[in-house]
Design a protein around this ligand. Structure first.
Ligand SMILES: Cc1cc2nc3c(=O)[nH]c(=O)nc-3n(C[C@H](O)[C@H](O)[C@H](O)COP(=O)(O)OP(=O)(O)OC[C@H]3O[C@@H](n4cnc5c(N)ncnc54)[C@H](O)[C@@H]3O)c2cc1C
Length: 816
C-alpha cells in the first residue's frame, strides 16, 4: 500500500502577510516548484496545502519513473527529473525510496517494434542511453516474463521506481532548507487581484499577499482555477493498479527486478517489496467527478472495479504468468488529473497578470522535477531555457471548454499506451470549431484535421466515402490525392482555406515604434508586407510573422494559429499605452489562391487591375473580391504566384462560391494542409513549432536573413553575440534516397554513424519528386553537398544537404 508521511507539517506556524510567490497545492508538482524557486534564488516563496502534503493524487501513485515521451523536450525534462532525486534526497535528508532498476518497453508486434525504433532514433540524438535487447535477454533480466510474446524490447537504464510520498516530502523539505516555507492545513479559499497586479490569497489563517500565484491544485486544479474564472480543460480519471501477494521468484531474485511497459497489453509493472505491482489504462476510461472535485475528498481511494480491466489482466497474466498465479493483495483505484493531449499545462495563464499554473501533470513523478525547473526559469528569467511548447498552457484557447477537456482528457487516458501515427487524426472532440466552409469541403471529399480547436482540410479525396486513410508510418493512400492537388497548384490554380492562420491587429500612434522594437525584421510602409522573426530577450525565436501595414498607425500580423494565445500573452505584457492590440484570428477567415492561373482567376472577381505591374509581390490592399470586403495580400506559401484573401467569417461562403465559379474553366482545385506542407518543404521554408521554435535562434534557423540590423530590437544584443561566437547547429534541407516511406519528425540524422542532428519535419516533395526533410545538424555537417544518413524505422537512408530550395530556387514563379 502507498504510505502517507503524516505530521511533516511546515515548521512555520504564522502565515506571513506577504510573499513573492504563493503556490497553491502541496502535491509533487507544487513542492517541486517551491524547491526550484528557492534553489534559483527566490527564497520568499510560500506553499499552501489544504491538508497534508501529497493529499491529492501524489500519495497513491504507483511511483514508476521513465524518460520516454512523445515530445523530445519533455523526455529531456523527464531525464532531468529522475537525475534530481538524489540531489533532493541528500539536501532534505528525506528518503525518496529510489530504485534505479532500468526498464523495458516491450514490443509484441511489428508495429510496436517500429514505434520503438522511432523512439530509439530520438534517443540517439538526445544522448539518452537506450538499446534494443532480444526477448531472450528480456527473460534473463526478468525471469517472470514469458519472452515468446515479444519481438524485441527497448531497454533504458534510467527507468525505475520511487516512493511517491517520500519524493514529494523530499522536494518540500529541500525547499525549506533553502529558505522556502510551506503551510499544511491551510486551504486557499479565494484569490483576489489588487490594482497593483499583486494577489491576495485568502486562507482560514489569514490573507497572504503575493506578487505571483501558482495553481498547482492537482485534483482540484479546476476548482482553484474557478476562483479566478479560469476553466482548465483537465479531468481527473479513475485509475487501477494492483499489488500481488509474495511471489517466491521475486523474493528470491538476487537483484530488484526491472520495471516495464507492454504497450499492446496496455500495462506497466514493477517489483513492489516481494511481489509485483501491475497497472493498466483501460480502453474505456472513467472520468471522476466531472462536476467538480469535492473539497472534503481526503486521503481516500475509490472502489475498485476489476471487471473494467479484466481483459487487460488476462493478457498480462499470459505475458507475466507469475502475476496471474499469485494472489492479489490489494487493488488501488485512485484518481489523477489528465489534460486534453496528456501533457502538462504550465506557464503564465494568457489574459492574466502574474497568475501561473502547473496543472494536468499526469506523470508527476516522471515530470514534476522538469515542470518545477521550467516554471522557476520562466518566473525568474522571463523565459524557460528550452522550448516547452508541448507543456505551455497557451496551446489551449478558450475553445478548450470544460466539456471538451473531459472528452479529450478521457481519450488521452484511454490512449496512454496507444500509438498515434504521423498521419492519424484523433476522433474525439472534433468539430469543436468549424468555419462556414466545413460542410462544403467535407462534401467535396476533404479529410479534416484539427488545429487550435478549428477543423481544416488536410487533403481531398474523390468524395466523402473516399476520404479515409489507414494510420501508418508509411506513405498512404492520401499520397496520390495530395500529388493531384500539388499538380493543380503548379499548373493551374488551387485554393486553401486559411482561417487557421493567426491574425493580430495593432492600432495607435505608437504601433509602428512598438512593432519596430518587438520584431527583429523590417516593418513595412503602408500597403506593403514583410516577413520577420520575433525574438526573446535571450535571442531565441518566438515567432515568424508576416507584417501587413494597413495604414501608418494600423498593422495586422499573420502567424501561427496554434501559437496565437502565446503570442497574445507576449504582446500584452509589453504593450505601451499608445498602442491597442487585439487577437482578431476569429474575425478574419479566408482563402489563399496559388498557381500560375491564380491572377486570371482573381482578376475575374475583382474590379481593380491586379496585373503584375499594378499589384506587386508583397503588396496588400483593403478592397473587394467577389463583392466581399477583404484584405488582399500578394504573398504565397506554395512557392507559386499567389494571393491570400482575408474576409470576415460571414462572407467566406460567398467568397468560396465565387472562386469556384470563376475557377471552373481554369482548372481550379481545393487543396489541403498536406499539399501546402509538401510545397513549402521543397522551397526550404520552415514552419512554426517544427523548424521555428524557442530552442533555436535567428542565426541557426537562417531567419537572420530577415533581420533589420540597423535598428534596435528585442534580442539584438544576444543575437549579435550568438552571431559572433557562431552556432553549434544549423537548419538544413535534405533530400533522402528512400522510397515508400518518408520522415515525419524527430528522426535522427547521422554522419559516419554518429548522430549529428534531428529531423524537424519532412515528407514527399511532389514537384521535385523526392523525399525530403528539414532538420538541425551540427554546423560542420550543414555544408551544402554533405552526405548524411537519416534513420527511418531503424534503417539508415542516404541524404544530401541542399544548397537552397529544391524547387524554383530563384522564386520567379512567385514574383511573376
Ligand atoms: C493510481 C495512480 C498511479 C499513478 N502512478 C504514477 C506513476 O507510476 N508515475 C508517475 O509519474 N505518476 C503516477 N501517477 C500520477 C501522479 O500521481 C500525478 O501525476 C501527481 O500526483 C500529480 O501531482 P500534483 O501535485 O499535480 O497534484 P496532486 O497530487 O493532486 O496535488 C495537489 C495538491 O493541491 C492541494 N490543494 C488543492 N486545492 C488547494 C487549495 N485550494 N488550497 C491549498 N491546497 C490545495 C491538494 O490537497 C493536493 O495535495 C499515478 C496516479 C495515480 C492515481
Amino acid at each position: 500500500m502507498p504510505e502517507i508521511h503524516h505530521a511533516e507539517t511546515g515548521l512555520q506556524k504564522t502565515l506571513p502577510s506577504h510573499a513573492k510567490v504563493v503556490i497553491i497545492g502541496g502535491g509533487v508538482v507544487g513542492c517541486s516548484i517551491l524547491y526550484h524557486l528557492a534553489k534559483f534564488g527566490w527564497k520568499d516563496v510560500v506553499l499552501l496545502e489544504r491538508n497534508e502534503l501529497t493529499s491529492g493524487s501524489s500519495w497513491h501513485a504507483a511511483g514508476q519513473i521513465h524518460t520516454i515521451s512523445s515530445d523530445p523536450n519533455i523526455s529531456r525534462l523527464q531525464g532531468y527529473t529522475i537525475d534530481l532525486y538524489k540531489e533532493i534526497e541528500e539536501l532534505s535528508g528525506h528518503s525518496v525510496g529510489l530504485n534505479m532498476t532500468g526498464g523495458f518497453y516491450l514490443a509484441s508486434n511489428k508495429t510496436w517494434y517500429d514505434y520503438l525504433k522511432r523512439e530509439r532514433s530520438k534517443a540517439r540524438y538526445m544522448g539518452l542511453d537506450q538499446e534494443f535487447i532480444s526477448p531472450a535477454e528480456v527473460a534473463e533480466r526478468h525471469p517472470l516474463i514469458d519472452p515468446k510474446h515479444y519481438y524485441a524490447a527497448l531497454w533504458d537504464d534510467q527507468d525505475g521506481d520511487l516512493d511517491p510520498s517520500g519524493a514529494t516530502y523530499a522536494f518540500a523539505k529541500a525547499a525549506r532548507v533553502l529558505g522556502a516555507q510551506y503551510f499544511t492545513h491551510t486551504p486557499a479559499t479565494a484569490t483576489t487581484q489588487r490594482s497593483d497586479g499583486s494577489w491576495d490569497v485568502t486562507t482560514p489563517k489569514g490573507i497572504i499577499n503575493a506578487e505571483h500565484i501558482v495553481n498547482c491544485g492537482g485534483l482540484w486544479a479546476r476548482e482553484v482555477g474557478h476562483m479566478q474564472g479560469i476553466n482548465n480543460p483537465v479531468q481527473p480519471m479513475e485509475h487501477h493498479y494492483l499489488l500481488t501477494d509474495r511471489i517466491e521468484a521475486v523474493a528470491n531474485h538476487p537483484t530488484r527486478l526491472p520495471c516495464g511497459i507492454d504497450y499492446e497489453a496496455n500495462i506497466y509493472f514493477r517489483q513492489e517489496r516481494d511481489g509485483m505491482l501491475l497497472g493498466t489504462y483501460e480502453p474505456r476510461g472513467t472520468p471522476w467527478k466531472v462536476e467538480g472535485t469535492p473539497w472534503d475528498f481526503g486521503h481516500e481511494l475509490l472502489n475498485p472495479d476489476l471487471d473494467r480491466i479484466a481483459d487487460r489482466l488476462e493478457m498480462s497474466f499470459d505475458r507475466i504468468p507469475a502475476i496471474g498465479e499469485a494472489g492479489i493483495r490489494t487493488t488501488i483505484n485512485g484518481p489523477f488529473t489528465f489534460g486534453p493531449d496528456g501533457n502538462p499545462m504550465i506557464g503564465p495563464v494568457p489574459g492574466m497578470t502574474n497568475y501561473w499554473c502547473a496543472v494536468g501533470v499526469m506523470a508527476g513523478f516522471c515530470q514534476g522535477g522538469g515542470v518545477g525547473l521550467t516554471m522557476a526559469e520562466w518566473m525568474i528569467d522571463g523565459e524557460p531555457s528550452i522550448d516547452v511548447w508541448a507543456m505551455d498552457v497557451a496551446r489551449f484557447g478558450d475553445w478548450a471548454t470544460p466539456d471538451w477537456g473531459t472528452i479529450k482528457s478521457t481519450e488521452n487516458y484511454e490512449r496512454r499506451f496507444v500509438m498515434t501515427f504521423p498521419n492519424e487524426t484523433l476522433p474525439k472532440g472534433r468539430m469543436q470549431k468549424t468555419t462556414a466552409l466545413y460542410d462544403r469541403l467535407v462534401a467535396k471529399g476533404a479529410r479534416m484535421g484539427q488545429s487550435f480547436g478549428l477543423e481544416h482540410a488536410l487533403w481531398f479525396a474523390d468524395g466523402p466515402d473516399d476520404a479515409f486513410e489507414v494510420p501508418t508510418f508509411e506513405r498512404n493512400r492520401s499520397h496520390l490525392y495530395v500529388a493531384r492537388e500539388v499538380k493543380a497548384v503548379q499548373e493551374a490554380v488551387g485554393g486553401i482555406e486559411i482561417a487557421n492562420f493567426a491574425k493580430h491587429e495593432f492600432k495607435g500612434a505608437g504601433a509602428r515604434a512598438y512593432l519596430d522594437k518587438t520584431l527583429a525584421g523590417y516593418v513595412p510602409r503602408a500597403g506593403r508586407l514583410t516577413l520577420t522573426p520575433m525574438l526573446t530577450p535571450k535571442g531565441k525565436l518566438y515567432g515568424d510573422l508576416t507584417v501587413a501595414c494597413l495604414a501608418d498607425d494600423h498593422f495586422m500580423l499573420f502567424g501561427s494559429g496554434t501559437m496565437q494565445d502565446a503570442h497574445s500573452r507576449w504582446f500584452e505584457t509589453t504593450l505601451p499605452a499608445d498602442v491597442s492590440y487585439q487577437n482578431v484570428s476569429e474575425d478574419w477567415h479566408g482563402i489563399a489562391l496559388s498557381g500560375p492561373k491564380s491572377r486570371a482567376l482573381l482578376q475575374k472577381i475583382i474590379r481593380e487591375d491586379i496585373g503584375a505591374e499594378a499589384f506587386n509581390f508583397r503588396d496588400l490592399r483593403q478592397t473587394f473580391v467577389a463583392g466581399v470586403p477583404v484584405i488582399l495580400n500578394r504573398i504565397s506559401f506554395s512557392g507559386e504566384l499567389g494571393y491570400e484573401i482575408y474576409c470576415r467569417p460571414q462572407y467566406l461562403l460567398r467568397l468560396a462560391e465565387a472562386i469556384e465559379d470563376a475557377g471552373a474553366d481554369l482548372g481550379y482545385r481545393w487543396y489541403g494542409a498536406r499539399a501546402l506542407m509538401s510545397m513549402r518543404l521543397e522551397k526550404g521554408w520552415g514552419v512554426w513549432t517544427l523548424e521555428f521554435r524557442p530552442d533555436f535562434d535567428a542565426i541557426s534557423s537562417g531567419m537572420d536573413a530577415f533581420i533589420n540590423w540597423k535598428k534596435d530590437f528585442v534580442g539584438k544584443d544576444t543575437t549579435l553575440a550568438i552571431r559572433d561566437v557562431g552556432v553549434a547547429q544549423k537548419l538544413v534541407t535534405l533530400t533522402i534516397d528512400v522510397d515508400g516511406i518518408d520522415v515525419s519528425n524527430d528522426e535522427a540524422i547521422l554522419h559516419d554513424g554518429t548522430a549529428v542532428g534531428y529531423v524537424s519535419s519532412g515528407g514527399y516533395a511532389h514537384r521535385v519528386g523526392k523525399s525530403m526533410a528539414m532538420g538541425y545538424v551540427n554546423t560542420a555537417c550543414a555544408v551544402p553537398g554533405t552526405l548524411l544518413d537519416v534513420e527511418i524505422l531503424g534503417v539508415m537512408y542516404p541524404a544530401r544537404v541542399l544548397d537552397g530550395p529544391a524547387y524554383e530556387a530563384n522564386g520567379a514563379n512567385m514574383r511573376a
